[in-house]
Ligand binder design. Structure first.
Ligand code: PXL
Length: 282
């Protein structure tokens, strides 16, 4: 795959922000985003939204960060370091979503700055990472600001009521989500376990583009969605078009699934460690 260019040693890299929760197990959430940012050659900044208590077996609790502190982290970074693109992960509750939406508008996320909104609703093991009443606000306040939203099929069901079982229902879901305001929708097909391939569907309100990859069978896929979103965000920060950025992200996560490793007694993380063995363009 074509990797993103690396900054020269000592030169300030492109700066990308994740607005996400911490995973104490180091597999998903902001830890996963920052790993992908570093391996893609950009500088990663973060606004922490929640501290989760988790390991490879699941999430046993989380503590949300006060909304003004989430907003202050975003403003502190934007006013000094700068943000070339941003993504969201776990947003925990309605107060945090409102704070992120207000701040995102103020600093131009989704306007001059690419903004990926990943509607994270539950952990790998199904524990909720967003309160049910916050869904409406996520769609009402953040989706209209988004350059791209990236739901998986469980999130599609929660957001639209559509059970994606084939190409036609995947297109229906993309249309329904596009009507809520984002410029692009990526309906991730990885959770369609019956398929031999994993096909993600991108839609901009007029054209559909499919991104197909061979399904990698592994129980170690924790952080796959975050890793895809983080790689797409880096590519957008580098100035790629949305379809090119999604192609880059899809290849990045497919390779990272192939390099996933066991950890603890449960699900291990996907890993972008393959990137350390590849030479980026000069
Ligand atoms: O992969 C979604 C995700 C995002 N953020 C945090 C998580 C998870 C999944 O477990 O724990 C903090």
């Amino acid at each position: 795959m074509d990797l993103l260019p690396l900054p020269a040693p000592g030169a300030t890299p492109i700066c990308v922000m994740t607005i996400a929760g911490s995973d104490s197990g180091g597999a998903a959430g902001l830890q996963s985003d920052l790993r992908t940012f570093a391996l893609a050659g950009v500088h990663g900044t973060c606004a922490v939204t929640a501290v989760t208590v988790q390991n490879s077996l699941g999430v046993t609790g989380f503590h949300p960060v006060p909304p003004p502190t989430v907003a202050a982290q975003i403003r502190a970074v934007a006013s000094d370091i700068g943000v070339s693109a941003a993504k969201t992960g776990m947003l925990a509750d309605a107060g945090i979503i409102a704070a992120v939406a207000d701040t995102a508008s103020d600093i131009g996320l989704g306007q001059r700055i690419p903004f990926l909104v990943d509607p994270v609703s539950a952990s790998h093991h199904g524990e909720p990472l967003l309160t049910p009443e916050a869904f409406e606000l996520l769609v009402g306040r953040l989706f209209p600001l988004a350059t791209i939203v990236t739901p998986n099929l469980d999130e599609v069901r929660l957001l639209t009521g559509i059970d994606v079982v084939d190409d036609a229902t995947q297109r229906d879901a993309a249309r329904a989500l596009h009507a809520t305001g984002p410029r692009w929708v990526l309906v991730k097909g990885g959770h369609l376990r019956t398929a031999v391939t994993s096909t993600d569907l991108l839609y901009d309100g007029s054209d559909f583009v499919e991104f197909e990859a061979q399904r990698i069978e592994t129980q170690h896929d924790h952080g796959a969605g975050d890793t895809l979103g983080a790689a797409v965000t880096c590519a957008l920060a580098e100035g790629m078009s949305v379809p090119d950025a999604v192609a880059f992200g899809k290849e990045w996560v497919t390779r990272s699934l192939a390099a996933a490793y066991p950890l603890g007694a449960g699900h291990g993380p996907v890993s972008a460690s393959w990137r350390l063995r590849e030479q980026p363009p000069a």
